[in-house]
Design a protein around this ligand. Structure first.
Ligand code: COA
Ligand code: MG
Length: 286
């Protein structure tokens, strides 16, 4: 699943137990939803949440939103039952928490058969060391950064500039890019602080993430804007492609646009921007 065919700008967590949120999600402009059975659901509420979520998935109505279910880890007492529910109720992908190594993915792949794409939480220090091998696993289609768990396990402090997480964030993006899969940034906890979110989205986009995980509907618009190609980027991409085509036609290999050289690699990047813009436009036609 690549972001040229489906955008993953806004990836909204919804606790599987939260009935009203499950209803509301069907009309929210999120590119993807993570239906959560793990951290967002209290232990005593897990079986009921599983049943509520199974009902919502069977009922459908989520349109083009990419449906991901986050199960509990297979080492917990709930994991196996979550996976069983998911196989029956249907979703586009399964998200496995607390992964440390590719062998954790193997264990899930053995259970679910050959078809369902697996996404992985990158939220333990060991997973970050193994990021490249996890991302290269043939069944893995996306990495989701778990910044809260990482911060906890590192004993780090929350900082607006996320300096303590920078090494991990960059490794996660690099691993995803090396394997040509999707990379999603972690959540922004102060969900009523739109300006703070905007700043953190810009940082995640600059780092190369495809989108950001969200915890509240009010975060969707800001995130969708931040991770979509801007009008300036689209215009530049179109002009770069046109100028390059023209220079090739006249026997030169390099063009110049806005005082910057345009080589073949810039044209590849420009085409990617236009493909992303098309995918975003298609997502918005319901
Ligand atoms: N997805 C979809 N809808 C959501 C939502 C979500 N994640 N969070 C809130 N909503 C809905 C509410 O149901 C409510 O809908 P209504 O107007 O139809 O009743 C509306 O948005 C406004 O909610 P609000 O009152 O502002 O939020 P809250 O104070 O009830 O809850 C949180 C705030 C953070 C507890 C809640 O948003 C939440 O549980 N988020 C998800 C957390 C999560 O999944 N964490 C795990 C990953 S880190
Ligand atoms: Mg977690």
């Amino acid at each position: 699943m690549d972001t040229a065919s489906h955008p993953f700008r806004s990836v909204l967590y919804i606790p599987g137990s939260m009935d009203r949120a499950l209803v509301k999600a069907r009309s929210l402009p999120a590119d993807a939803i993570i239906f959560d059975l793990e951290d967002a659901v209290a232990p005593e509420a897990k079986p009921a949440a599983r049943a509520t979520l199974a009902g919502a998935l069977r009922e459908g109505g989520f349109g083009k939103r990419y449906k991901i279910v986050r199960t509990n880890a297979l080492t917990t007492e709930w994991g196996l039952e979550d996976v069983r529910m998911l196989r029956e109720a249907g979703a586009d992908a399964i998200l496995l928490p607390k992964v440390n190594a590719p062998s954790d993915v193997d264990a899930l792949a053995d259970l679910i058969g050959p078809d369902l794409p697996i996404w992985v939480m990158m939220e333990t220090p060991v997973s970050v060391f193994n990021a490249r091998d996890i991302a290269a696993h043939g069944r893995v289609f996306g990495l989701v950064t778990g910044t809260n768990d990482l911060t906890k396990d590192l004993g780090a402090r929350y900082r607006a500039d996320r300096l303590p997480l920078m090494n991990a964030l960059q490794r996660i993006v690099m691993a995803a890019r090396a394997a040509r899969i999707v990379a999603i940034d972690g959540v922004y906890n102060r969900f009523r602080d739109g300006e703070g979110l905007r700043v953190e989205c810009a940082q995640g986009r600059d780092l190369g993430f495809d989108g950001k995980t969200l915890i509240h509907p009010s975060q969707i618009e800001i995130t969708n804007t931040a991770f979509a190609p801007t009008d300036d980027e689209i215009s530049l991409a179109e002009r770069q492609i046109a100028a390059y085509d023209e220079s090739m036609a006249s026997g030169r290999g390099i063009a110049v646009v806005d005082g910057m050289i345009v080589e073949h690699l810039h044209v590849v990047a420009a085409r990617r921007i236009l493909a992303k813009a098309r995918a975003v436009a298609e997502m918005m036609e319901e």
